[in-house]
Design a binder for this molecule. Sequence first.
Ligand code: BDR
Ligand code: CA
Length: 321
Amino acid sequence: TVPVIIDTDGGVDDALALIMALNSPQLDIKAITVVAGNINVEQATNNVLRVLSIVQPHTWPIVAKGCEKPLVKPLFNAAGIHGADGLGELDRFVQADGTPRYPQLNIEPSTDNAIDVILKAAQEYGDRLLIVTLGPLTNLATAIQQDAAIMKQIGRIVIMGGAVTVPGNITPAAEFNFFVDPDAAQVVMESGIALTLVGLDVAMKAPLPRQLVEDNLQRRPDKVTQFIADCTEIYMAFYRDYEGFYGCYLHDPLAMAVAIDPSLVTTESLYVMVETKGRFTTGLSLADRRDRRDHQNNPPNAEVCLDVDTQRFLKLFAQLV
Ligand code: BDR
Ligand code: CA
């Protein structure tokens, strides 16, 4: 098994990715570190603890709270898409007897800070460590700024973020995670760490229809399938109303799937930079895709996922979720 840290901003597709990871025999999840993004870091941490309490894994990973806001920009959240709590507004669901289906938790996160947890794991596991990021890159960038040498020793970071060959989602130019903290994304791109970029290029090729979630709940009604149906309701309604299909994209689960099985995607080594000051383009991930690339000054810094075997991915997703 591979020692893994998952860095997440606690949203709906983050929850699906966490469930996948917790059920994956290949991954040994040492810690879940939390960052502000879809929702504030306090609530995002609560959401992660909630997912753990529903899945009830044999061993609980450390859950550590990280950065409250991006390096430079103010926080821009996605409560309009993931629900006011960042997780589909779970408080509205009640059981037959009128009690809440998702009662308040009385679990606390670790007293350690996410950055310390990341640096400690980098030191302990070195090039065996895999980090999967599902939110803005603020925690990772902060860890790199604190100790670049230790961070350089880690094996790889699989990043859900960016859009290299397709338009953005939150703006015409930018994918959400890169838009929220472009300065952090740029620090990570420049870090010299081995990176895999799982961006909208592949995420938009693998939508999950609502019907599959409903069928799953019918076939195997349990705490987890009920939670998946509940937490995705508002998120999928957003796609139904604004994108014209009833379902959702599986951004974060796809990044997790690539961490589990890299053969699901085809990649190209590219030099990617992130726009931090654009008037219209902040958060844009710009890859040097010219025929005559400037390898001297711009050597490739990431494996960028450009295609995905959608059927095989959805099969793995269904197996683990
Ligand atoms: C990313 O933005 C977030 O809202 C999702 O959780 C995902 O990580 C997709 O652009
Ligand atoms: Ca996310």
